[in-house]
Design a protein around this ligand. Sequence first.
Ligand code: RB5
Length: 153
Amino acid sequence: MKVSIGADHGAFELKEALKKHLEEKGIDYKDFGCFSKESVDYPKFAYAAAKAVADGECDFGIICCTTGLGVSMAANKVAGVRAAVCTNEMLAEMTRRHNNANVICMGQKVVSQELAEKMVDIFLSTEFEGGRHQRRVDLLTDIENGKNIAENL
Ligand code: RB5
């Protein structure tokens, strides 16, 4: 398994802590920056880390900013990415089981380092359930492809 990781200046410290956590778990990762606490624009770093997942270079992504919100918006603009902002362990589990999320987003000002590490562990180890959830995830892909999925409501 290979994980892409990215953050803006607002979550630089959390990203560094999560890299250490991944290293301790023996999980391979690629760091897409940022590389200091100097102010940067979060969409660029979220895009880079998300694109690595969409391109198949990485299996999952972890993208952080102050709140987790901006990076999730940027990541979800990348076709093939299903990014979820998670603030607790249940969300980290459910977004894998039901949404087949491939990117987890979180905010340094929202979650503790301890909770972030727990969410990463859960996110990376929980399987997608498939079944009825597959149909729904396929509809998300249809939206990406410009299909009007509400045509026959
Ligand atoms: C940066 O100031 C902040 O806007 C960013 O980290 C993020 O929280 C955006 O959603």
